[in-house]
Design a protein around this ligand. Structure first.
Ligand code: CP
Ligand code: NVA
Length: 302
């Protein structure tokens, strides 16, 4: 079995991604039990609902045993070095996964690890979320090649993983982000190279969502940025997804949000609780996508 990690959404090629999506949709029984008798360490430096529960259950469904560990308990670079923790845990577990503040921590884990390392969210990436996002769009919209995904708000960890994963599947990618919170030029070119049908960025929410089949957003202030809350609320004030924004998207467009959401901030209650919203399906797909990804990393073939 080749050692593979999932630190960035781009760690999967387009072919790999299609395999993972296939593994995410087939029956649990047909995956076998690749983690039978094996453990998965799940280390969290930040709070979580979806990621913890979906990963724990995915491990169980593959026959394994998840061990939830709080970041301060192992003390990454505090109690001992990330490298020592990684080497020790690799002797107990078949999978190491971590949710961290600093993306470099998961990179260092992957550099050192003899077992697959999974990024469960860092300041730069949320690759497991990106998988569930495209799985949900595929189920709702059919084949995604040539379909249009739009993300509005902060070009953050969730946005970057969504854009990269969507690009790998040949989607048109539209971004609506205020100045100061946009993707850098190099990132737009990289999305094009990954396979996006087109990539466009706007600083106006109505222009951005025009004709899109799926409209995504996320919180304006991510975990770890709480001191910037006031500044961000001002910068994103005109980037709330409300009904008039959804009207500018395609007629049957879906609304998506990784959750947790703040009604009255990045999205109105009318939109997130309305008929176009697929956020609960999206949240449930976190488990199916996690199971597909873990099976792929354990060498299961689609
Ligand atoms: N979407 C997501 O990652 O949710 P949690 O922070 O609850 O895990
Ligand atoms: N961008 C958010 C996502 C939470 C799931 C954060 O990093 O806090």
């Amino acid at each position: 079995m080749t050692l593979r990690h999932f630190i960035n959404s781009t760690d999967l090629s387009a072919d790999d991604l299609r395999k993972v999506l296939q593994l995410s949709t087939i029956s649990i029984e047909s995956l076998g039990r690749p983690l039978a008798g094996l453990g998965a360490a799940l280390i969290f430096e930040k709070p979580s609902n979806r990621t913890r529960h979906s990963m724990e259950m995915a491990v169980v469904q593959l026959g394994g045993h998840p061990v939830y560990t709080r970041g301060e308990e192992v003390g990454l670079d505090v109690r001992e070095t990330v490298e020592d923790i990684t080497k020790v845990m690799g002797g107990y577990h078949a999978i190491l996964a971590a949710r961290v503040f600093d993306h470099n921590i998961v990179r260092r884990m992957a550099n050192m690890s003899t077992v697959p390392v999974v990024n469960m969210l860092s300041d730069r990436q949320h690759p497991l979320q990106g998988l569930a996002d495209v799985l949900t769009m595929q189920q709702q919209l059919g084949d995604l090649v040539g379909k249009t995904v739009c993300y509005v708000g902060d070009y953050n960890n969730v946005a970057r993983s969504l854009a990269q994963t969507s690009a790998l599947l040949g989607m048109h990618v539209r971004l609506g982000c205020p100045n100061g919170y946009q993707a850098e030029d190099g990132e737009l070119e990289a999305l094009q190279k990954l396979g996006a049908a087109s990539v466009e960025q706007f600083d106006n929410i109505h222009e951005a969502v025009m004709g899109s089949h799926a409209v995504h957003t996320d919180v304006w202030t991510s975990m770890g940025q709480e001191s910037e809350t006031d500044k961000r609320e001002k910068a994103f004030a005109s980037f709330q997804v409300v009904s008039s924004v959804m009207k500018d998207a395609a007629a049957d467009a879906i609304f998506m949000h990784c959750l947790p959401a703040h009604r009255g901030m990045e999205v109105s209650a009318e939109v997130i609780d309305g008929s176009q919203s697929k956020v609960i399906e999206q949240a449930h797909n976190r488990m199916h996508a996690a199971r597909g990804l873990l099976a792929f990393l354990m060498g299961v073939n689609a």
